[in-house]
Design a protein around this ligand. Structure first.
Ligand code: ZN
Ligand code: ZN
Ligand code: FE
Length: 751
């Protein structure tokens, strides 16, 4: 009998997909079957309305499902007696692992309903919500292949789990107060202090007394304190030795978020949706969150609760007048990966906190919170992790191989690509710390197992000193190396599924150039097979090696020395330490500890320093972010002319002009804005010249500098006015967190 055979690829496991297909089949009078095949859902359909059914299946999907591709063909089969849901069969192939899903509204309602049997159950979940990636041992997604196999279901849970009409049907982590994991409270040394309700109530009291708690979430621990209490936040900053880098906060709901921040309409869906990222929102004036949470920053990283335990921290019915804003920062030692076990927490963050609120549901894969800005109503990713990883990026062209791209040295994520699907990992971190290096090794292995993919080649950066290059070489696979700034552009091309040649604007912090210098302000012509460096910003001497990436004043002095005869006097007037000029001149003259650089990130640091916005940074990007904030506050500035010849943007001249105007008394904020605007002019001019040279009409913007949404918007407007097709990032970060995608594309398209 004529039968339609469907293969549906995407997040179709653990989201109630099979029961949904079965309901739709009944509605269409279709007979046949539906089965999880690990990599996809397979459907056979017979009947007069089979074609209509096949049309509707991939469209009218359950809320959490993501369908990436549906293949339909006609086959001959014996007539089916009915429509059957077939138990999981295991097949090797392209595997879709679901990201973790924040607690849904139905579960939230039950959590606070005294009549419900899961009243106040810290692990409540259903088919539509709950942990996924972080609790998976192997695919397909079934209970015995998750860490929940340690918690046998009680009869009532099993009944819900096996009843197709129940909203917990097929929900692998389903559990209740009788059979689920246990929450408990530990001292910073790991001594057990309390359990269950008592543990939660005591944590709430400690938080309201100004204490710091480590709280186990979905993808790792958070460090948590009352964001309204200056004493608590200062305490956490001192202990974590993190003087100014902003902390993210969690608020119980959208209404509270509105109280503290401006929530534009397009932000609401992202704030409340199932992925629950940290969203950067503009603070309201005198909003009540203490200034130490995000010092000098007009914006606040806000997320809503996604784990039931987090909801209980805000809303436990114990009569305590609880804060409605908690600092929720990653629970890790500086530079190390986020803690995921009690042993990690005691060893690494025990000294930062007063108590550890933990539980015995294991976290197998770390997933830090995703951090995103919004641009044009869509996410503009800064850190892509929980809720997104490991959703693949799908490309229209492919090669028949499996590639591992190991990623960059900072903000590391890696990517495993097979055919047309590119799976980006959750955030791993900065490779300076040996614990992060080990986390990368371990997570690469785990994700390969989950996806059942065996890479035949590994791709990494060209930097001779990168740990990631060492780790790539350890694997015993053929190693391919790809230039850093080209990989950024390849990442942007991949995200936009644009694989023809483009003009690449790769503006970045640090990266190994193709010629022994540091690059990062590059105009390139890029294909998937090669690149040409067409131009760049003005080169400058970067004295002090790596130290200069935190010390913008060094670059500023070096550039002042290039631009002015009387650099000493000018440095003095700008409040910079002119005495250091001698040392810098000596370094430059001897060529010792001093490299030539076209890093636009460092140019931002230098401008920030001469304008007195930030002379040094305590974390990567601090000075540049502060410069953006100053520019946004001013909102306008004088129009500065920037010269551009042969794709070379004369930023040295622009720098000199900014210094002269500053000395003439122009406002620093207005000059910060003018710098952004002029740089965008320079980029547009360079792209026009690149187009004249190459005929290319598309320009891709990538690299860490393009985290700066003011620069992105100014540049996009100017390029569109010049009728360029502008390729921007959205769900993949422009910074090194997106680098692996570009590396993977290179590995896929080249031998
Ligand atoms: Zn739910
Ligand atoms: Zn149960
Ligand atoms: Fe980079």
């Amino acid at each position: 009998m004529k039968t339609l055979h469907l293969k549906i690829f995407g997040v179709v496991q653990g989201v109630g997909f099979r029961p949904y297909v079965s309901v739709l089949a009944a509605e269409c009078g279709v007979k046949g079957s539906v089965a999880n095949k690990g990599s996809y859902v397979e459907v056979f359909a017979q009947g007069a309305r089979a074609a209509e059914f096949a049309e509707r299946v991939p469209k009218e999907i359950p809320p959490r499902a993501v369908v990436l591709r549906t293949l339909v063909r006609t086959v001959e089969r014996e007539p089916y007696p009915d429509f059957a849901i077939i138990e999981s069969e295991h097949e090797v192939g392209d595997i879709f692992v679901s990201p973790d899903i924040g607690v849904c509204e139905d579960c939230k309602r039950e959590l606070f309903d005294p009549a419900d049997r899961r009243y106040l159950h810290p692990f409540i979940n259903c088919t539509q919500c709950g942990p996924r990636l972080t609790i998976l041992k192997a695919m397909p997604y079934d209970r015995e292949r998750t860490v929940m196999d340690a918690f046998p279901m009680c009869p009532r849970c099993r009944k819900e789990y096996t009843s197709p009409e129940n909203r917990r049907y097929d929900a692998q982590p389903v559990c209740c107060n009788d059979c689920g994991p246990t929450v408990y409270l530990l001292s910073p040394d790991g001594d057990r202090l309390a359990e269950g309700a008592d543990a939660i109530r005591r944590t709430r009291r400690i938080l309201m007394d100004g204490g710091v708690a480590a709280v186990k979430g979905i993808g790792g621990f958070h460090l948590c304190c009352d964001a309204r209490s200056e004493r608590a936040v200062r305490h956490l900053r001192e202990r974590k030795r993190r003087p100014v880098k902003p902390f993210a906060v969690m608020m119980p709901d959208l209404e509270t978020a509105r109280k503290y921040c401006a929530v534009p309409p397009e932000a609401e869906a992202w704030l409340t949706g199932w992925q629950k990222p940290i969203l950067l929102l503009k603070k309201n004036a005198d909003c009540g969150v203490c200034g130490l949470v995000a010092p000098g920053n007009d914006r606040l990283g806000v997320m809503l609760p996604y784990a039931p335990l987090q909801l209980l921290l805000f809303g436990y019915p114990d009569g305590l007048d609880m804060t409605d804003c908690l600092v929720m920062t990653s629970g890790n030692a500086s530079g190390a990966p986020i803690c995921r076990s009690d042993a990690d927490a005691v060893a690494e963050i025990g000294s930062y906190c007063d108590v550890i609120l933990s539980h015995d549901r294991e976290i197998l894969i770390r997933a830090d919170d995703t951090v995103t800005d919004l641009r044009g109503g869509k996410p503009y990713m800064i850190r892509r992790s929980r809720g997104w990883a490991p959703l693949p990026v799908m490309l229209s062209e492919s090669a028949d191989k499996t590639v591992l791209a190991i990623g960059g040295e900072l903000k590391n994520t890696f990517c495993i690509a097979g055919n047309d699907l590119y799976y980006l990992s959750a955030y791993v971190g900065d490779m300076a710390d040996v614990r992060t290096q080990n986390a990368l090794r371990e997570t690469v292995g785990r994700l390969q197992t989950l996806l059942e993919m065996k890479p035949g080649v590994v791709v990494c950066d060209t930097h001779p000193l990168y740990q990631t290059v060492e780790i790539a070489k350890e694997l015993g696979l053929p190693v391919r190396q790809v230039q850093h700034h080209w990989a950024h552009i390849l990442s942007c091309m991949a995200e936009n599924d644009r694989l023809d040649e483009v003009i690449g604007v790769s503006f970045d912090g640090t990266g190994y150039g193709g010629d022994g210098t540091i690059w990062g302000g590059e105009i390139m012509a890029c294909t998937v097979h090669g690149y040409r460096r067409l131009g760049h910003i003005s080169p400058f001497a970067q004295p002090g090696g790596d130290a200069s990436s935190r010390e913008g004043w060094r670059i500023a002095l070096s550039m002042l020395d290039d631009a002015f005869e009387n650099a000493d006097a000018i440095a003095d007037r700008l409040g910079l330490d002119a005495k250091q000029l001698g040392v810098i001149r000596a370094m430059k003259k001897a060529g010792v500890n001093c490299v030539t650089s076209t890093s636009c990130g460092r140019l931002f640091d230098a401008v920030s320093a001469v304008l007195g916005v930030r002379r040094a940074s305590t974390f990567e990007g601090e000075a540049a972010t502060a410069l953006q904030t100053a520019a946004e506050r001013a909102g306008t500035g004088p129009r500065l002319v920037v010269r551009c010849e042969d794709c070379r943007i004369d930023t040295a001249d622009l720098f000199g002009e900014i210094v002269r105007r500053r000395l003439d008394g122009e406002d620093a904020g207005r000059l910060a804005y003018a710098f952004h605007d002029a740089l965008a002019d320079g980029i547009a001019a360079a792209c026009v010249q690149a187009r004249e040279k190459t005929g290319l009409r598309a320009a891709a913007l990538s690299g860490g500098v393009f985290q700066n949404t003011l620069l992105v918007e100014l540049t996009r407007e100017k390029l569109e006015k010049e009728r360029f097709d502008v390729l921007l990032h959205s769900q993949v970060p422009p910074n090194d967190g997106g680098l692996a995608l570009g590396q993977a594309l290179y590995g896929m398209m080249n031998d």
